[in-house]
Design a binder for this molecule. Structure first.
Ligand code: FAD
Ligand code: SF4
Ligand code: SF4
Length: 470
């Protein structure tokens, strides 16, 4: 079938690579209203709308796009917010190519790019926030259905809290850090997701009546028993914030960081604004980042912005297996990040003062598929070589955050150390305790964590309602 629409997405304004690689300002500048409507006109309004099933929270995508096309931004944001409490965040960071846009009919046509659903979602959310009166204030609901505690203010915890507040529950979120948002605040850098955007969407959730208590580490500042006594139900959304390490010789050398520490210093602690903020950060001239997921892209691009002359990524598999969002990979290439595929570090080499000065690597080849279905990387004997580097950042994955789990022995964990929870409801082995997001699935995506929060909000409502009736 020949389609009478432009093959490519409507171009979007971006900072030029040579400028943006020296600053932390947002890379993608967003659509104008005219551009957004032009892009909205590429949507075919398919009766079967396969894009919707590609979105883990099943947003009415044709609905919000049609309202935008009709220049009815109030209706468009109303539709979006009825499914998603963080649309400006998701429009920016969802891996759309494997979710909504991956299923878009237009994208499946020969030589056509899918509708830019994420960019349109972001546009509508930003427009509504910057134009008074576009978005209706939240409806007042009577708060009389019960009390729910949420542990962790990441996207999962924020979603369950917002949905339960809308249903009439008194919700309190306990967050260990000094700011809510989880990875959105401490992990994803400003140049991809400005913190003012996260703060804006968190504030809208607080305006629904959700209380956020920061600087409270459940399991240390207060115990799980204290919370269980006071609340009708609990949702655990503590994420997978503990870094994994390569555990190779030289890991303890100065200049070898985990991406978690490096990015937290930069984002949450504003190290890139030193000395305005009192958080020092090491600035390497030649930086090697290990891994090729979103975390690795963020770390390598942050190092470049902090002044690295060369920022390199080494990854043990090939470009095809790289798990990062495709847009971030393209941006990283444009900014001059150097990629060493099929390469794995085997040792960090130090100087006489204990500082890292080089990374010994080995070349890899792909063998048979492993448990993840991806071809297993196998070292090529005798192929070792050395990359000079004065800084190394390991971004090879995270694991469960254990502070709370270690104080809650009744809670059943799976073999990988994550909470065992029903995939449809989030119910755990302990009655009245639900869990979702990265602490259940392992490191995944923002929208999957939010989807889990949505399912649990429904299940918690049913649980408390039936308990109160009994
Ligand atoms: P988190 O966001 O980890 O939030 C958990 C919260 O719980 C944290 O704020 C933590 O401080 C708090 N907490 C932990 N223990 C306790 C305790 N005992 N008491 C109180 N509070 C506690 N996903 C995408 O979709 N797109 C991307 O582009 C993307 N980029 C990423 C980049 C980086 C650098 C990282 C690290 C991850 C990225 N991800 C991305 C993954 C995504 O951010 C996560 O899947 C998502 O944030 C998980 O949400 P969550 O709510 O489960 O947990
Ligand atoms: Fe797509 Fe994410 Fe928006 Fe869903 S929330 S429509 S997956 S960008
Ligand atoms: Fe529009 Fe694509 Fe969804 Fe069809 S699949 S309704 S074209 S966004």
């Amino acid at each position: 079938m020949a389609l009478n629409i432009p093959k490519n997405k409507t171009p979007i304004a971006e900072q030029k690579p040579e400028e943006r690689s020296h600053n932390f300002k947002e890379v993608v500048l967003g659509y104008t209203l005219e551009e957004a409507i032009t892009e909205a006109n590429r949507c075919l309004q398919c009766p079967t709308h396969p894009c919707v099933s590609g979105c883990p929270v099943n947003i009415d995508i044709p609905g919000f796009i049609l309202a935008l096309r009709n220049n009815d931004l109030s209706e468009s944001i109303k539709i979006l917010k009825s499914y998603n409490n963080l649309p400006a965040v998701c429009g920016r960071v969802c891996p759309q190519e494997s979710q909504c846009e991956g299923k878009c009919t237009v994208g499946l046509m020969k030589e056509h790019e899918p509708v830019a659903i994420g960019k349109l979602e972001r546009f509508v959310a930003d427009w509504a926030a910057s134009h008074e009166g576009v978005e209706e204030p939240p409806k007042k609901v009577e708060v009389n259905k019960g009390k729910v505690a949420v542990i962790g203010a990441g996207p999962s915890g924020l979603t369950v809290a917002a949905d339960l507040a809308k249903k009439g529950y008194k919700v309190t979120i306990f967050e260990a850090l000094h700011a809510p948002g989880g990875v959105l605040m401490y992990g994803i850098p400003e140049f991809r997701l400005p913190k003012t955007i996260v703060e804006r969407e968190v504030k809208a959730i607080e305006e629904l009546g959700v209380d956020v208590e920061t600087d409270v580490v459940v399991g240390k500042t207060i115990t799980i028993e204290e919370i269980r006594e006071e609340y009708d139900a609990i949702y655990i959304g503590t994420g997978a914030g503990t870094p994994r390490f390569m555990n190779i010789p030289g890991t303890n050398l100065n200049g070898v960081y985990s991406a978690s520490e490096f990015l937290t210093r930069i984002n949450l602690m504003h190290a890139y604004e030193f000395p305005k903020y009192d958080t020092p950060i090491r600035i390497g001239k030649r930086v090697v980042v290990v891994g090729a997921g979103n975390v690795a892209m963020d770390a390598s691009r942050s190092a470049l912005r902090l002044g690295a002359e060369k920022s390199m990524i080494v990854y043990r598999r090939s470009e095809k297996e790289m798990p990062a969002r495709i847009e971030e990979y393209h941006h990283a290439l444009e900014e001059g990040i150097e990629f060493h595929w099929l390469t794995n570090p085997v040792e960090y080499i130090g100087d006489e003062n204990g500082n890292v000065k080089a990374v010994k690597c080995i070349k890899m080849q792909l063998g048979e598929p492993d448990a993840s279905g991806r071809r297993r990387p196998v070292p090529i004997e005798g192929s070792e070589f050395v990359i000079e580097a004065d800084m190394v950042i390991e971004a090879i994955g995270q694991t469960a955050n254990k502070v709370l789990l270690s104080t809650f022995p009744e809670l059943k964990l799976n073999k990988r150390g994550y909470i065992e929870a029903d995939p449809e409801t989030g119910a755990t082995s302990v009655e009245g305790v639900y869990a979702g997001g990265d602490i259940v699935t392992g490191a995944a995506t923002v929208i999957l964590a939010m989807g889990a929060g949505k399912k649990s909000a429904k299940a918690i409502d049913e649980y408390i309602t039936s308990k109160k009736k009994a």
